[in-house]
Write a protein that binds this ligand. Structure first.
Ligand code: HEC
Ligand code: HEC
Length: 224
C-alpha cells in the first residue's frame, strides 16, 4: 500500500470508529435517564434522614455499606408501608428479637425514609446486588412445588419468615408451624392477622382469595 493509501485508511478508519463511539455513548446516556424514577422532594429528604441515622453503618444499599444487616435496595417491594413505618419507629414492636435499635425516628422521618426506600426499590439495577445463593435456591419456579409453596414464594413470605434455615427473621420461624396452629387459626390469621394476634405486624393476605389462602394453609399444615 502506498503512503497515501495508508494515511487515508488511518484517517477514515479513525473517523468511522469515532462516529460509532459517539452513537453508542449517546444511546447509553439516553437509557440511563430511564433507569431511575424521578427524585421527588420527599425522596430527597428521605436520603437526608438516611444519613442522619447512619443506616449505612449496618445496611447496604445498591451493594454499598456494611454487611451487618440485610440489603435494603429492594426492601420496600414486599413490605407494606404501614409495616415499614412501625418497624422503623420501633423494631421491637414488630419482632421482640429485632437486633435493630430504636433510634427515636419520628413518624414524619419514617414517611420520608420509606419514600426513599420505595424510590431505590424502583431503580432498575440490572439485578444488582446479586441475591444470596440461598435466596436463589428458594426461587419461585420448580415443578415439584405444591400450589401453597408457589404462593409462599411469590408473595415474599420468606422475606419475613424462615423455613428450614432459609428466609428472614422478622416474623416467627415457620419450620414447625403446622404442629402449633390448626386450619381455622391459620386461615383466619391470613385473612386478618390482627384479629387473631393482638397488634400483629403481619400484613393481611385476604386479597389473594379463598382458594389461595386454603392452599397456603395446606402448605403450613405440612410443616411439622
Ligand atoms: C445497628 C445496626 C443497624 C442500623 C444502624 C440500622 N439497622 Fe435496620 N436492621 C438492622 C438489623 C440487624 C435488621 C434485621 C432485623 C432485625 O434483627 O432487627 C434490620 C432490618 C431493617 C429493615 C427490614 C425489616 C424487616 O422487615 O426485615 C429495614 C426496612 C431497616 N432495617 C431499615 C433501616 C433504616 C432505614 C435505618 C436507618 C434509619 C436502619 N435500618 C439502621 C440493623 C440496623
Ligand atoms: C412484612 C413481614 C411479613 C410478611 C411478608 C409475612 N409475614 Fe407472617 N408474620 C409476620 C409477623 C411479624 C408475625 C408475628 C405476628 C403474628 O403472628 O401475626 C407473623 C406470623 C405468621 C404466622 C403465625 C406463626 C405462629 O406460629 O404464630 C404464620 C403462619 C405466618 N406469619 C405465615 C405467613 C405467610 C404464609 C406469609 C406469606 C403469604 C407471611 N406470613 C408473610 C410478618 C410477616
Amino acid at each position: 500500500m502506498s503512503n497515501k493509501g495508508a494515511r487515508n485508511l488511518f484517517i477514515f478508519g479513525s473517523l468511522f470508529f469515532f462516529v460509532i463511539f459517539l452513537a453508542i455513548t449517546f444511546d447509553t446516556l439516553g437509557k440511563l435517564d430511564k433507569r431511575a424514577p424521578e427524585i421527588t422532594k420527599e425522596v430527597d429528604e428521605g436520603k437526608h434522614v438516611w444519613h442522619k441515622y447512619d443506616c449505612i453503618g449496618c445496611h447496604t444499599i445498591f451493594g454499598n455499606g456494611s454487611y451487618f444487616a440485610p440489603d435494603l435496595t429492594k426492601m420496600a417491594i414486599n413490605r407494606p408501608r404501614s409495616y415499614l413505618k412501625r418497624f422503623l419507629m420501633d423494631p421491637k414492636s414488630v419482632n421482640a428479637n429485632a437486633a435493630m435499635p430504636k433510634f427515636g425516628i419520628s413518624a414524619d422521618e419514617a414517611d420520608r425514609l420509606i419514600a426513599f426506600l420505595e424510590w431505590t426499590s424502583k431503580v432498575d439495577t440490572n439485578g444488582w446486588p446479586p441475591k444470596p445463593i440461598l435466596a436463589v435456591a428458594a426461587g419461585v419456579s420448580g415443578p415439584e412445588l405444591s400450589a401453597g409453596q408457589k404462593i409462599y414464594r411469590s408473595q415474599g413470605c420468606s422475606g419475613c419468615h424462615m423455613i428450614n434455615g432459609i428466609g428472614g427473621t422478622t416474623g416467627p420461624e415457620l419450620t414447625h408451624v403446622g404442629s402449633r396452629r390448626d386450619r381455622n387459626w391459620l386461615h383466619e390469621h391470613f385473612e386478618d392477622p390482627s384479629k387473631v394476634v393482638a397488634n400483629s405486624a403481619m400484613p393481611s393476605f385476604k386479597h389473594l382469595g379463598d382458594q389461595a389462602l386454603n392452599d397456603l394453609t395446606d402448605y403450613m399444615l405440612t410443616l411439622r
